[in-house]
Design a protein around this ligand. Structure first.
Ligand code: BGP
Length: 474
């Protein structure tokens, strides 16, 4: 009984939400640096408002984020103190290929991450590296229309091959594309897509998705060629859908909505398009251009494991308009009367995590990895900067218990768990600092004021004990 002794405990971040230094070390701007704080962020994220330059009168939180670009030694030390076995992080694409279409990578960018991996190694922390976490170099958007264009496959492939070769022996766990299904919900965030007049939006999104899926399979292939030890995963914005009632059409809606996300993982884990997706294209008259060799590329390189983020479940109905809605991780949901919500309206559902693990394990029969889970909350530090975040501990405790139940009672195979935003960072959906996930507090506010000082929260010591006891003491 108990979790495997090699279970990978740790935390997760993404380059654009922690690094800052967006114009340092030869890096150039990316889509994600263009997301402003405030009201317009949603429209820009959705690809409904073009913002390809920093504009007067806006604040762009990613520009400095929590300045991990200059604080990473200190931050890794804190992760090591917590006993992390794994640290999930992402590379900034435009730090390595500043324009995306450069013939040669930027050595300064490559060296930056090499330093980080070496530092992690010193502390026996295994890196879990997301090749792209919501980023596309801006030049690729301006010049090629981003992932709409098949050329992006080549640029991504070159980037992936460069990092896979360069970090051979330093990195073993890779994720090709973060929350790949977000492309359907926030096309600018997920794929640098800005809509134009006359676009068939569904067609644009699924064409971009096809390019990403082929690119992901090619990266998986290269990873295995470069080093057979490499383990490559896909990554889903998870959380299953409940039917609001037991009306059959509500259940059918739940199945359909689950499939919007499963579509990507079905291709990445099983190596081919599911029939329901091909039928959707047919019925909706979507023309998705595929090359004859694509089928073979997808079939040849399925992923080794399936990873996902989990914050909450969702509730749907065939009669959506009859019910009250709330927010969820990027996409909305009907309010589930049986669940409590966070301050941002995300519904808290630990059993939903166990159910998701079971569903995905049944479907894919591959090891799973929970690479994001956590509570975004307002923290109020005392005069010493200390936060007693019992609410966060409760959330994590319940979710880790659900994970243990899935493993110990249901027999699901889980490789590891990385708590999201193990250090406070910029929120992807809102751009806020005040939506904090961290076990480490960072003195920085929504407008960019603060000293950037790091302070351990109460949850820091709690999580340290969880890791030390391999999840026995929650
Ligand atoms: C996921 C993203 C993360 C992260 C997290 C929390 O969608 O992969 O980048 O931000 O959700 O969401 P938020 O920051 O919007 O609270």
């Amino acid at each position: 009984m108990g979790l495997d002794k090699n279970f990978l405990w740790g935390g997760a971040t993404a380059a654009n939400q922690v690094e800052g230094g967006v114009l340092e070390g030869g890096r150039k701007l990316a889509n994600i640096d263009m997301l402003p704080y405030g009201e317009d962020r949603k429209k820009v994220s959705a690809g409904e408002m073009e913002m390809l330059e920093w504009e007067e009168g806006y604040y762009y939180p990613a520009a400095e984020a929590i300045d991990m670009y200059h604080h990473y030694m200190e931050d890794i030390k804190l992760f090591a103190e917590m006993g992390f076995k794994v640290y999930r992080m992402s590379l900034s694409w435009s730090r390595i290929f500043p324009n995306g279409d450069d013939a040669e990578p930027n050595e300064e960018g490559l060296a930056f991450y090499e330093e980080i991996f070496k530092e992690l190694k010193k502390h026996d922390i295994e890196p879990l590296v997301t090749i792209t976490h919501f980023d596309v170099p801006l030049n690729l958007i301006k010049k090629y229309d981003s992932w709409r264009n098949r050329k992006l496959i080549t640029f991504y492939e070159r980037y992936a091959e460069t990092v896979l070769k360069r970090y051979k022996g330093l990195v073993k766990y890779w994720l090709t594309i973060n929350e790949i299904n977000i492309l359907l919900h926030q096309p600018f965030v997920g794929g640098g897509i800005v809509f134009k007049e006359g676009d068939n939006k569904e067609e644009v999104k699924y064409q971009a998705a096809h390019h990403q899926l082929v690119a992901s399979a090619l990266a998986t292939k290269i990873a295995h060629e470069v080093d057979p030890e490499n383990q490559v995963g896909c990554m889903l914005a998870g959380g299953n859908h409940y039917p609001f009632t037991c009306r059959p059409e509500d259940y059918q809606e739940a199945i359909n909505r689950d499939r919007e996300g499963y579509f990507f993982i079905d291709v990445q884990a099983r190596g081919k398009y599911p029939n329901y997706a091909l039928k959707k294209f047919e019925h909706e008259g979507l023309t998705i251009h595929m090359k004859p060799e694509d089928e073979q590329i997808l079939a040849a390189s399925p992923v080794d494991f399936v990873s996902f983020s989990y914050y909450s479940s969702r509730t749907v109905s065939a009669h959506e308009e009859d019910y009250e809605h709330t927010t969820g991780n990027i996409f909305g949901t009907i309010k589930n009367p049986h669940l409590l919500s966070t301050e941002w309206g995300w519904q808290i559902d630990p059993l939903g995590l166990r159910n998701s693990l079971n569903q995905m394990y049944d479907r894919y029969q591959k090891p799973l990895f929970i690479v994001e889970n956590g509570l975004g909350a307002v923290d109020v530090p005392d005069e010493n900067g200390y936060v007693e975040d019992d609410y966060r501990i409760d959330y994590l405790r319940q979710h880790i218990q659900a994970l243990k139940d899935a493993v110990e009672i249901d027999g699901v195979e889980v490789l590891g768990y990385t708590s999201w935003g193990c250090i406070d960072l910029i929120s992807a959906s809102t751009g806020q600092m005040s939506k904090r996930y961290g076990l480490i507090y960072v003195d920085r506010d929504d407008k960019g004021n603060g000293t950037m000082k790091r302070t351990k929260k109460k949850s820091f010591d709690w999580y340290k004990k969880v890791i030390a006891t391999n999840g026995e003491e929650l």
